[in-house]
Design a protein around this ligand. Structure first.
Ligand code: HEM
Length: 419
């Protein structure tokens, strides 16, 4: 594996590149670059951790407006089972994941993670999943896409503000690294799972991080300095997101679970940033009214805890489309239920494959809700040209995957119908 040229990159970009590469060599380069990072240790008491794997919001940092901030570094590790699940394998997976919880505080300063299972994983069991779990096979969701589907067994999502932590956690689970933040690794995931390195994905979020990637072809110098996301604006305002309660499955044997959709997409960033003016980008990403009333600011700083979409503006989607341009968020908000957004978006930027993109990761009660909102966002029903239909003409879907994130108590190789 070739490491990037240190002298050609900023420190943050170098660290981000190491996360994208992964493996033992990248980890040791990351450790020598970062020096001793003070990472808070975790807990020996699993009862002190949330029952839901997706319960991250209470332990993540907040921005000045009180919105939850995504950890800076993310790795999605696709996993394939080596043999059929047994009780011994379940115990091994649970022990290995508890090692992570002992090593790192459950927070953005330490590590948050989830393990999710695909419909392909559950297919091996005789029983089907209970009715309370809506987890269909992934499918193409727009006429324009021909995605590859995540048909492996599971995905581990690792997230931390420290690049070193996500790399180290991965190496502790699969490599030769036997000390995680001072905690000995006695059990790892090898023998139960194989990591599918070719499908490994990584990414980042944070004000200023996208602008540090102009060395990647397809990332123009015009990426706004302070933007946390490539397309140039803040995202994930707390009142425009589902709560963790809203996305939790409450009934049945998987009470405490949620479903996860991962849509990996490429963005035509240069065209997005260089073809249109800032007001036109605001029109296409938020709504025409957001541009006319100057509601957004340079990178979304005028919006505080909501994306500012009123019921009136959401109802005006069809008319705005007929008038020429319709906003991405405006269209997607048509998928709200009784005024509430059903999706908890935890998407992040990526330059995997040396191209700018987004791993759009969202949690929702059932995959049917994702599909409904995605259809509203696509807006095939709207009378508008493709180039003015939100951000549709700038995004290209590569992969899709559906997952169940069981509660922590069932996270180790769950059967379809646990007692
Ligand atoms: C390059 C990809 C994408 C970018 C840059 C992007 C960006 C944004 C931004 C800036 C907002 C407004 C701020 C906010 O509410 O957080 C937003 C809202 C939203 N986006 Fe996206 N998005 C992308 C892809 C997607 C995809 C694939 C979906 C799938 C359904 C989606 C669903 C939504 C929803 C549901 C909202 C909020 C609507 C509401 O207020 O109810 N986005 N997005």
């Amino acid at each position: 594996m070739t490491l990037p040229d240190r002298s050609a990159l900023s420190r943050r970009d170098y660290l981000r590149t190491l996360v994208a590469i992964g493996g033992a060599t990248a980890l040791s380069a990351c450790v020598s670059e970062s020096g001793a990072v003070d990472v808070p240790t975790g807990t020996d008491d699993p009862e002190s951790l949330p029952a839901r794997q997706h319960a991250w919001n209470d332990v993540l940092s907040r921005d000045d407006d009180g919105n939850v901030q995504s950890p800076e570094h993310h790795v999605l590790l696709p996993l394939s089972l080596v043999d059929e699940p047994t009780d011994a394998a379940r115990a091994q997976v649970e022990d290995a994941l508890r090692t992570l919880e002992r090593a790192y505080e459950w927070s953005n300063e330490g590590l948050v993670f989830t393990i999710g299972y695909t419909p392909a994983y559950f297919d091996r069991f005789d029983d089907s999943l209970p009715e309370s779990v809506a987890l269909p096979e992934p499918a193409a969701l727009t006429a324009a896409e021909n995605p590859v589907f995540d048909e492996f067994d599971a995905v581990l999502h690792l997230a931390s503000d420290h690049s070193q932590v996500v790399l180290e956690a991965e190496e502790g689970l699969f490599g030769d690294h036997d000390d995680l933040n001072g905690i000995a690794v006695e059990t790892d995931l090898t023998g139960v799972f194989e990591r599918l390195e070719e499908q490994r994905r990584s990414g980042f979020v944070g004000a200023g991080l996208p602008a540090e990637h102009t060395d990647v072809s397809g990332v123009p110098d015009s990426v706004p300095e302070d933007a946390p996301f490539f397309m140039g604006f803040r995202s994930g305002f707390i009142d425009s997101q589902a709560t963790e309660d809203r996305v939790t499955i409450e009934d049945g044997p998987f009470a405490g679970a949620t479903t996860q959709h991962i849509e990996s997409l490429e963005t035509q960033l240069r065209t997005w940033l260089e073809q249109d003016s800032h007001p036109m980008r605001v029109r296409k990403l938020f709504s025409p009214e957001h541009a006319d009333e100057e509601l957004v600011g340079d990178v979304g700083e005028k919006l505080t805890t909501t994306n500012g979409l009123t019921d009136e503006r959401i109802d005006a989607t069809e008319a705005d489309a007929r008038d020429g341009v319709v906003g991405h968020a405006q269209k997607a908000a048509r998928g709200r239920i009784d005024g509430e957004p059903p999706l908890l978006r935890r998407d992040f930027n990526t330059v995997d494959g040396d191209r700018p993109g987004v791993h759009f990761l969202s949690l929702q009660h059932g995959i049917d809700e994702f599909v409904r909102v995605r259809e509203a966002m696509t807006g095939a029903d709207l009378d508008v040209g493709n180039a003015n239909n939100g951000i549709l003409s700038y995004i290209f879907v590569d992969r899709r995957g559906n997952y169940l994130l069981p509660p922590r108590s069932l996270r180790a190789l769950p059967p379809t119908n646990p007692q």
